[in-house]
Ligand binder design. Structure first.
Ligand code: DGT
Ligand code: MG
Length: 542
């Protein structure tokens, strides 16, 4: 019996990967970029480029200077602020959730969707469909478990999903359709851009054997690769022939079994709906810092950005962690140290968290790592919040219910290693990822996630809100409409209409409370709007 017959083909998984993601976001913001070769710059590196630029040989993570040599007309857009990429990324995930609740994000521009349930429903009505898009390998040999029909229907759904993303967000994507995550991810990259490819189980082995390098298997990163190489395992065949026993001493029993299965295209890992992250953090590399005042400045900048992310997340952090990378000039070696401390959640009880007190804690942590009386050289600083609690006034509220499915992103890390700026990928790529949790072909969800909701796409900052402040007379008029439960003017009308009456009332009451707080503020110019109100989670994307 062949390997594919032993495998379980009952699921249908679609892997969606946005084409030249950052570049597409920039092209949507500025359509003039569409007609030129465009590179997205982070520090001195092109982290991605549009497909026009790729025609000149521009590759991901190329130095700007090198890219300019290849394509002197290359136009560069700065991609260091990930805000718009994150926003777009969550909009894509939200669209995918229309097809299944089993949607797993992988970095910013990839998602796995398990559409098994939908397909089984659709096949009850009709199985008379044809494959849409490319097929990997020879599809003439059919399996009689029904997977051919399921995957064929999967290609129809994949096309529908891609059309939806194109129509709603003006983004093109690639999709891979297979009976497991590993194959879906690999096969999706076979035809790019703006295409989709299915692999039927009988061609899975052929697909795996066509990979040029073991690091093309998602989950085999450099370290694992080197471990395997050290015992003479260099190719997929070596991996298959070596057997689990040979891998076990190197990788441990679980990882050995999983990697061995991967070599045959077998992957039993589930699509896990992405939840909230354990931590929200930021890191930034820098030219060597040796003065405490500069450290403080840098940390203050990081903290400001981090507090915005935490505000978007909505949870209250209980612990803060500082990371410092020290460079030893004598032996030219860098190493990281971290220290963490509990913080009092009450520091977050008003909208602008008590930055001064948090900074005091951070500097205390810093002084535990660095003896400032001695010379030191710091090349990276990072801050992250971990261990969260729900804000008290949201527990059991409508907002907390609405927020349950949300995700969070902790973010950007632009690292400088050995003096060369080398951005750390926010998106694990098949070649660069080291498997942490080998259960899945996707490495454990990257620590880089940012929350957003179907309903809440962006929180307006206080200043925006203040500018929009309606006159008290308008508020009165709005009050009169309460019988029919008006939609608060800064909430999403469409979503509001869909809510049950009770929720609508709660939102309206919340809006009124907030608005009268704003009115007080207009007169006193001192107070801030009420924090963590339901509306904060319901403000339309502007
Ligand atoms: P594709 O999928 O080949 O059409 O092109 P992209 O640009 O979507 O590439 P992908 O899917 O590997 O990565 C998604 C985004 O993540 C990409 O637009 C820029 C960013 N990115 C990718 N690799 C790196 C990296 O090594 N460092 C940094 N900082 N960002 C990266
Ligand atoms: Mg992509």
């Amino acid at each position: 019996m062949s390997v594919f017959e032993l495998d379980d083909h009952s699921r249908t998984i679609i892997h969606i990967d946005l084409d030249c993601f950052y570049a597409q976001v920039e092209m949507n913001k500025n359509p003039n970029f569409r007609s030129v070769p465009l590179g997205i710059q982070q520090k001195n590196i092109v982290v991605t480029s549009n497909y026009k630029a790729r025609e000149f040989g521009i590759k991901k993570c190329m130095l700007i200077a090198e890219a300019k040599k290849l394509c002197p007309n290359l136009v560069l857009a700065n991609g260091e602020d990930l805000h718009d990429y994150r926003q777009t990324s969550y909009k894509v995930t939200n669209l995918l959730q229309k097809y299944s609740h089993l949607v797993e994000r992988l970095g910013l521009d990839e998602n796995f969707v398990d559409v098994t349930a939908l397909i089984n429903e659709k096949l009850k009505k009709s199985s008379d469909v044809e494959v849409v898009g490319n097929i990997s390998g020879d599809s003439s040999e059919k399996c009689d478990c029904g997977c051919t029909e399921r995957l064929t229907m999967g290609t129809v759904i994949a096309q529908e999903i891609r059309d939806l993303i194109k129509n709603d967000l003006n983004l093109t994507t690639c999709a891979g359709i297979a009976h497991n995550k590993l194959l879906a991810k690999i096969v999706g990259s076979r035809h790019k851009p703006d295409q989709q490819t299915v692999v039927f189980p009988n061609s899975a082995l052929e697909l795996m054997l066509s990979l040029d390098c073991l690091t093309n298997i998602p989950g085999i990163g450099r370290t694992t690769f080197e471990q395997l190489e050290s015992v003479g395992i260099k190719t997929i065949e070596d991996l298959q022939n070596g057997g689990v026993k040979k891998l076990e001493p190197l990788l441990g029993a679980d990882k050995a079994r999983i990697i061995h299965n991967f070599s045959y295209g077998i992957d039993k890992s589930q699509v896990k709906p992405t939840g909230k992250p354990q931590s929200i953090g930021l890191e930034d590399s820098c030219k060597s810092i040796s003065v405490e005042k500069e450290v403080r400045n840098k940390l203050e900048q990081l903290l400001n950005r981090l507090l915005l992310l935490v505000a978007e997340d909505g949870r209250i952090p209980k612990t803060i962690k500082l990371t410092v990378r020290k460079f030893n000039k004598e032996n030219k070696v860098s190493h990281r140290e971290t220290r963490q401390s509990n913080i009092n959640p009450s520091l977050f009880s008003n909208q602008s968290a008590n930055k001064t007190k948090i900074m005091t804690t951070i500097m205390h942590l810093f002084n535990r790592i660095i003896d400032v009386k001695k010379p030191y050289h710091i090349t990276l600083l990072g801050l992250s919040f971990t261990k969260f609690q729900e804000p008290p006034n949201l527990k059991n509220s409508v907002a907390s219910f609405l927020r349950r499915d949300l995700e969070v992103q902790s973010v950007i890390s632009i690292e400088s290693q050995n003096g060369v700026d080398e951005p750390e990928s926010p998106v694990p790529s098949t070649s660069s990822v080291e498997l942490k949790d080998v259960e899945s072909p996707s490495p454990s969800p990257s620590p880089k996630k940012l929350k957003l909701s179907n309903l809440v796409t962006k929180k307006r900052c206080f200043e925006d809100y203040y500018e929009d402040c309606e006159s008290p007379s308008k508020l009165k008029v709005a009050d009169l409409c309460l019988e029919s439960v008006s939609c608060p003017p800064d909430a999403d009308q469409d979503v509001f209409k869909e809510l049950p009456l009770e929720m609508q009332k709660e939102l309206w009451e919340d809006y009124k409370r907030r608005r009268s707080a704003e009115m007080n503020l207009c007169s006193s110019q001192v107070k801030k709007p009420k924090p963590n109100t339901l509306l904060n989670y319901f403000i339309r994307n502007n």
